[in-house]
Design a protein around this ligand. Structure first.
Ligand code: AMP
Ligand code: ZN
Length: 486
């Protein structure tokens, strides 16, 4: 197990040496989607980033329990306990049961992440499956004096909590400024303090999803589910808590407050936040109306897209940026990623065809070390990709006969490419998984070979040029003919 991983902790605002509470075990909780509509590409970026982190922790020898929840109740439109319930609104719109909405969009979410080849989490708990745990936690917070009831709704008392704890520990904001920037309580507000937030919300008779509680019929606030479920599956103190950056200021700030008010522990040792996918500099979101659905991207069926891009091209595009940098969507960048990814896959497909020499000119260990150092430096995937391109250059040069590689270095090269491209990045070769295309091309290449042997150059050229016109290049060498896509 490697001990030199540094990761950026939002709470300390610096990179820290990763020291799990209970190595080799690692507990990681990531806020999952609110399943009331299709996930957009921005959401996917966050889940792909945590998939990379999960995969690299496993590669490093840790035994990771990765919990990613499904929010299927309790999420109101506004972050401040106002607005309609997202599920109820959608259920009315689509004339479905709220649980049909949940089922439909949970399946859609899983399908999209499957196309991106992300690993499933170890546990995927739902808010509606943990109402009892949430009620128990709220009871403890009330008993500890940090929450109060007003007419069947329970609010968290931020002022009381702030006397003992630091409410803004995660974002380092000034509490006075926050108060000044928060809307004053209106006449119909039941809250005592402007920053107070709901732990449990009293249901109206017409509320579609409601449960019995000691305070009457109601439903949980959005933040309490993550505190209750992380504690249940990872304990009151665990290693990593993650989510998109937009969650830090409210959702995660309130999660920390709830956990401390309940158990007097900071829930997570390391808080990790992924940066946003943007379109022309604006965060991609459902409400801004600039969200691509993954399906639109794969088919190219969107006014902002010149053409469609495969899931692995899109994933590669995301991995070419560090998870804490913003990533702006553009056709040009995706075109470049498409070429880069192909280049890498072509090199991988040449690996089995390389022949080792007695003596070699290359060493693979330095490349492997650079890859590991980059990942140990807060998961710096773009640097790893640059190293993999160097490995691809070596493969091509050996294949062309201009460089020699020994058998032991060739074995290392194969392991390196396999580990980083497939295990750590979770990429897959979309063309070689397309066995029909492979078989057809094998046949066409054999026909061309026959034609050449019969000196029928008109036919062999027809095949070569015809393939070129649909973006497939043939490459002849002493070992036979291989093909690649542009
Ligand atoms: P939601 O379903 O809205 O709760 O979001 C699910 C996850 O996607 C959260 O971790 C968000 O922070 C994240 N997210 C939302 N928009 C973006 C974006 N444009 N780029 C990256 N992550 C995002
Ligand atoms: Zn959460």
């Amino acid at each position: 197990m490697k001990q030199d991983l540094q990761l950026y902790n939002t709470i300390s605002r610096k990179k820290e040496l990763f020291q799990p509470l209970n190595a080799p075990h690692v507990g990681m909780y990531v806020c999952g989607p609110t399943v009331y509509s299709d996930v957009h590409l921005g959401n996917c970026r966050t889940f792909i980033s945590f998939d990379l982190i999960f995969r690299y922790l496993k590669y490093s020898g840790y035994k990771v329990r990765y919990v990613r929840n499904i929010t299927d109740a309790g999420h109101l439109e506004g972050d401040r306990d106002e607005g309609d319930d997202k599920f109820a609104k959608r259920a009315k719109l689509e004339q479905l049961e709220p649980m049909e909405i949940v089922q439909k969009y949970t399946l859609g979410f899983h399908e999209v992440l499957r196309m991106f080849n992300t690993l499933p989490p170890s546990i995927e708990p739902t808010a509606t499956g943990h109402i009892i745990e949430q009620i128990e936690m709220i009871k403890t917070i009330i008993n500890n004096g940090y929450a109060y009831e007003v007419n069947g709704t329970i609010y968290f008392d931020v002022e009381k909590y702030s006397q003992q704890y630091n409410y803004t520990i995660l974002t380092n904001r000034n509490l006075e400024d926050m108060l000044a920037n928060t809307r004053e309580l209106g006449g119909q507000d039941d809250k005592h303090g402007r920053l107070d937030f709901a732990l449990w919300i009293k249901a109206k008779p017409e509320t579609l999803m409601q449960w019995a509680s000691p305070w009457g019929m109601g439903f949980p606030g959005w933040h309490i589910e993550c505190s209750a479920m992380s504690a249940k599956y990872l304990g009151q103190e665990f290693d990593i808590h993650g989510g998109g950056m937009d969650l830090a200021a409210t959702h995660h700030t309130n999660e920390i407050a709830q956990s401390e008010a309940c158990s007097h522990h900071q829930p997570a040792k390391y808080w990790m936040h992924t940066n946003m996918l943007t379109v022309n500099g604006t965060r991609m979101s459902k409400s801004a109306g600039n969200g691509f659905l993954p399906g639109e991207l794969f088919t190219g069926n969107h006014p902002l897209l010149r053409k469609g891009y495969s899931p692995m091209t899109v994933k590669f595009f995301m991995l070419q940026a560090h998870y804490r940098s913003t990533l702006d969507f553009s056709n040009d960048a995706l075109d470049a990623s498409e070429k880069g990814f192909r280049r890498l896959m072509n090199a991988v497909s040449l690996l089995p065809k390389l022949t080792a020499s007695e003596q070699g000119d290359v060493e693979i260990d330095p490349i492997k070390l650079n890859c590991e150092n980059a990942m140990n430096d807060d998961f710096n995937s773009p640097v790893v990709i640059a190293e993999l391109f160097e490995a691809a250059r070596i493969i091509n040069t050996v294949y062309d006969g201009a460089l020699k590689i020994s058998a032991s270095e060739l074995a290392k090269l194969k392991t390196l490419m396999h580990d980083f491209i497939f295990e750590v990045f979770g990429l897959k070769d979309e063309d070689s998984s397309n066995t029909e295309l492979n078989e057809v091309l094998d046949m066409v290449i054999a026909l061309r070979k026959d034609a050449k042997e019969n000196k029928d150059y008109a036919t062999s050229d027809l095949i070569r040029v015809g393939l070129q016109n649909i973006g497939i290049q043939l490459k002849d060498s002493k070992d036979g003919t291989t093909w690649s896509k542009n």
